[in-house]
Design a protein around this ligand. Structure first.
Ligand SMILES: Nc1nc2c(ncn2[C@@H]2O[C@H](COP(=O)(O)OP(=O)(O)O)[C@@H](O)[C@H]2O)c(=O)[nH]1
Ligand SMILES: [Mg+2]
Length: 318
């Protein structure tokens, strides 16, 4: 067996060390990574993927710890990918938080991995997607992806999820503006965390107000829940809603959504292949820097340059 085959074998058996190794391989996005994903792919598609996003400090990691415990209590296995450099999973939080997280990670039914402490060839969204596939193939029933809800790349990352929970918390100032931009549209469930704080109801009303502006007729109306991640209050209710959303997806959109996801993945894979093959070829032929210089000198605009390059590429292939 080659190394990749051996690791794939271990992943499918749910072996912890193989999962960890596999994620390291896919982070580097090499040929080995592609082989690995290809060989585990038939075993994916079973997990429920939950995205959890929201401003830094809103309590996402604390909430995830409680969600994991609740799912474990229900007998489900859980994988967590934290794309958050300030996460307790990466050691960015207070000691108490970190110790609680470490406790969780000794449970065989739980696999926790943090990402986004470095650059990923192929991009962080791709790395996250592949890591989710590894955990899915490893048999985790539920996979949770934590991201800090801010920019476009976070929105890209969270698209991997089937159910997206947007977290907000009172006292985070204008962060609601960040929620408004982009993230609002992808929310299936809202959770106002730190509900023990006095202005939690105001945060709920703020979200309600924004939802009312966006009065699209939708089959699923995102509920707004209150949680207290420190005590765990509200977490069973949150999980109930997540499960309800899962059933909704299966019933309402089942085939359409699966088709849409497959299409997105295929388009992305083709884009990556075509782009890297063209760029590599240009670099090998020494044309790459030449083109860059022409663009800088305003001899050609980037669009025309791209047109030329693509046309030449496909002329050759014909
Ligand atoms: N008062 C209160 N504090 C909380 C609650 N949930 C989390 N926190 C605290 O908020 C801080 C940020 O939490 P963390 O989970 O790291 O937030 P993240 O950045 O969104 O992952 C930590 O000090 C937590 O202990 C809550 O329900 N109530
Ligand atoms: Mg965090």
């Amino acid at each position: 067996m080659t190394n990749a085959e051996e690791i794939a074998h271990g992943v499918l058996a749910g072996d912890r060390r193989s999962i960890a190794k596999a994620i390291t391989i896919i982070e580097n996005n090499t040929v080995e990574a592609k082989k690995l994903i290809a060989s585990i792919y038939p075993q994916t598609g079973k997990a429920h993927i939950i995205g959890l996003t929201g401003p830094s400090g809103s309590g996402k990691s604390t909430l995830i710890e409680k969600i994991v415990r609740e799912y474990r209590r229900k007998g489900k296995t859980v994988g967590v990918i934290a794309v958050d450099p300030t996460s307790p999973f990466t050691g960015g939080a207070f000691l108490g938080d970190r110790i609680r997280m470490q406790e969780l990670s000794t449970d065989e039914g739980v696999f926790i991995r943090s990402m986004a402490t470095r650059h990923y060839p192929g991009g962080i969204a791709k790395a996250t997607k592949d890591a989710v596939k590894i955990l899915d193939a490893a048999g985790k029933d539920v996979i949770i992806v934590e991201t800090v809800g801010a920019g476009q790349s976070e929105v890209e990352i969270i698209k991997v999820s089937q159910t997206t929970v947007v977290i907000h918390a009172p006292g985070l100032g204008d962060e609601i503006q960040a929620i408004k931009a982009g993230i609002m549209e992808i929310a299936d469930i809202f959770a106002v965390n730190k509900a023990d704080r006095e202005n939690a109801d105001k945060a709920v009303m703020d979200i309600q107000a924004i939802l009312q502006l966006n009065n699209k007729e939708a089959a699923w109306k995102p509920p707004i829940l209150k949680t207290m991640a420190l005590s765990g209050e509200g977490v069973p209710k949150l999980i109930e809603k997540i499960e309800e959303h899962k059933r909704f997806l299966e019933k309402e959109l089942g085939q359409k959504r699966i088709l849409g996801k497959a299409e997105t993945e295929l388009i992305e894979a083709i884009k990556e292949k075509v782009t890297s093959s063209i760029i590599d070829e240009l670099k090998r032929g020494g044309k790459y820097n030449e083109l860059l210089k022409k663009i800088i000198d305003r001899e050609i605009d980037p669009n025309t340059a791209a047109d030329k390059v693509v046309r030449e590429k496909f002329k050759k292939a014909e």
